[in-house]
Design a protein around this ligand. Sequence first.
Ligand code: NAD
Ligand code: MG
Length: 391
Amino acid sequence: MKAVTILGSTGSIGVSTLDVLSRHPDKFSVYALTANGSVDTMFEQCQLHQPVIAVMLETNAAEQLQHKLTEAGSQTQVLSGEAALEQVAASADTDYVVAAIVGAAGLMPTLAAARAGKRILLANKEALVMSGALFMHEVQQNKATLLPVDSEHNAIWQCMPVAGEQRYNFNDKGIRKIILTASGGPFRDADLSTLEDVTPEQAVAHPNWSMGQKISVDSATMMNKGLEVIEAHWLFGLQSDQIDVVLHRQSIIHSMVDYDDGSVLAQMGNPDMRTPIANTLAWPERIDSGVAPLDLVQAGRLDFSEADFERFPCLRLAYQALDAGGTSTAILNAANEVAVAAFLQRQIRFTDIARVIEQVLNEVAANDAGSLQQILADDAAARRHAEALTR
Ligand code: NAD
Ligand code: MG
């Protein structure tokens, strides 16, 4: 029996994780569930999964939840605040921590799980983008196990020569490059001149995946793929010129590894996050995820095309930040979070997202990313600058 904490249980990844867990009550128990403010969803999750602890970031939300649970006669204890998130992530009573908070808010609790040597099922790519070197150091230092939930990285990890072994550097393994696939999002075929007028509703309507709002916009700009290039750099120890992106509109191949001998290994499946979630929960074994078997005849064809930087300037900016190094990727991430929120609030246009990020990258100085303090300081500076540009 493994006890699981889900950071961000009310989100898209959190809900998919609970679905997989509920299929295997003999293997997993729920230790803690956490969320930002969605009391009703959290209440239902507590009723169904009976965690030992539920954390709501907001105090008001925690009070409301506590009230509802007490009335319902629940045993679940409710905590609130950022310290409580770190506490449940590092608790001796949890074995696995699913990092499924969106954005920079996930960094501290995920780091706490790394420092406590947990098995981390990482969906929160922003944590690695912000603090890759430091995060990987904590993972190795504390013998944590870091398993990628992001479907591309999970695919690559499954195609690696030593999948099943715990290592994060594949430089000496005869790999020419890795190829991240991208669906291209809702605007992959749109006339470039129409992107200026795209609405938030259009941007979050992803053709293949159902996800949270922020990552849906990131998929439309392809900043998501850019963040994934950076994530892959840290997870697999490969340089940016060994990390390619190719458009693959069906989202059946989730990514590939291209070896020196000409072999290209791919992992395939229906686009459903329960597959990588089940893979990381059960590793090194395999369990049912609830995902329908892949029907290749029905899928019919697999198409590939180039990911072009003119249509997707955010992808270019992510490579640029990765090559610049230091806190550049934290600055990129912070500017993106602010720009995406401003777009969702209708303060800026879709095409302004990349413009804001580029300007922030040019105008906020990057530093060495060796300390958490420096990373958080540059994240804050980038947010201030981006907010000034989007107001
Ligand atoms: P979501 O918006 O659906 O859910 C986010 C969760 O985080 C919610 O439970 C919310 O309550 C919680 N949260 C939000 N802000 C918080 C804060 N400040 N403090 C504490 N908790 C907070 O997001 P999602 O789509 O599930 O994505 C979660 C993460 O997984 C992101 O980093 C995303 O990039 C990554 N990811 C998602 C998918 C997907 O299919 N949704 C795929 C790959 C990777
Ligand atoms: Mg992904």
